[in-house]
Design a binder for this molecule. Structure first.
Ligand SMILES: N[C@@H](CCC(=O)N[C@@H](CS)C(=O)NCC(=O)O)C(=O)O
Length: 236
């Protein structure tokens, strides 16, 4: 078996790394990690050797290099997961791929206003119409997925899929920045995702990190507010 190495950024901040790592962990493959701390001279020097895009994640499988999180997740699905990271049903697969494509190329307001930061708890950022529109759209997509596929299991498409990996960093953002979720299937989904063994493993490792990326430390701590924004009756 050729060596598999996933190059990732800081677990606390690197949302694209988390997506690829979750798929690889769920595939059951044995792999090594190389962590490059974001925003450091070490990152710049090493990533130039490892990734044509100079971003993380990047996957090395023997001599093969796969860069960009979505390409990596698709490669993992085909090569290490026997295509189990997408549903068998073509309609469900198309729905899931649409969710993932939208996440990969969109939700810019959410991504810039609420950087993934596991250490952010009860943080609040200014609300803008664009941010609220992204949040509402994601909640609506999650609700739609759970309505369609809830009978097949607790993940967005029933069984774990690349779609869950793609939205995992969003669930972390919603928790950290106090985004209220409607009680019921959406809140249940987020709770299931955050409690997942692989997510917990990543979160524990993130908590042990000491690096601080100032650009990703946004918002104001509001310790008096309830933590985190699950099951707000007001959002129902
Ligand atoms: N479209 C890329 C985005 C990757 C990306 O922006 N990664 C960030 C870390 S989460 C990065 O490497 N930033 C370092 C830099 O741009 O210098 C993907 O999906 O993998």
């Amino acid at each position: 078996m050729e060596r598999i190495t996933l190059v990732i950024g800081n677990r606390n901040y690197s949302s694209w790394s988390l997506r690829a790592w979750l798929c690889l962990r769920k595939s059951g493959a044995t792999f090594q990690e190389e962590l490059l701390p974001l925003d450091t001279p070490e990152f710049a020097a090493r990533i130039a050797e490892l990734s044509p895009s100079r971003t993380v994640p990047v996957l090395w499988h023997g001599e093969r290099c796969v860069w960009d999180s979505l390409a990596i997740c698709e490669y993992i699905n085909e090569t290490f997961a026997a295509n189990t990271l997408w549903p068998q049903d073509a309609g469900a697969r198309a729905f899931g791929r649409s969710l993932v494509a939208e996440m990969h190329s969109g939700y810019g307001a959410l991504r810039s206003a609420m950087p993934m930061n596991f250490r952010a708890r009860q943080r609040r950022v200014p609300s803008t119409p664009a941010l609220q529109a992204d949040i509402a759209r994601i909640i609506e997509r999650w609700a739609s997925a759970r309505q369609r596929y809830g009978a097949d299991g607790p993940w967005l498409l029933g069984r774990f899929s690349i779609a869950d990996a793609f939205f995992a960093p969003v669930a972390v953002r919603f928790g950290g920045y106090g985004v209220a979720l409607p009680a019921g299937p959406v809140a249940d989904y987020v709770r299931h995702l955050r409690a997942d063994e692989a997510m917990q493993e990543w979160e524990r490792a993130a908590a042990a990190e000491h690096w601080v990326v100032e650009a990703d430390e946004v918002g104001i701590d509001e310790p008096d507010l309830d933590e985190p924004g699950l099951e707000s009756p007001a959002a129902e």
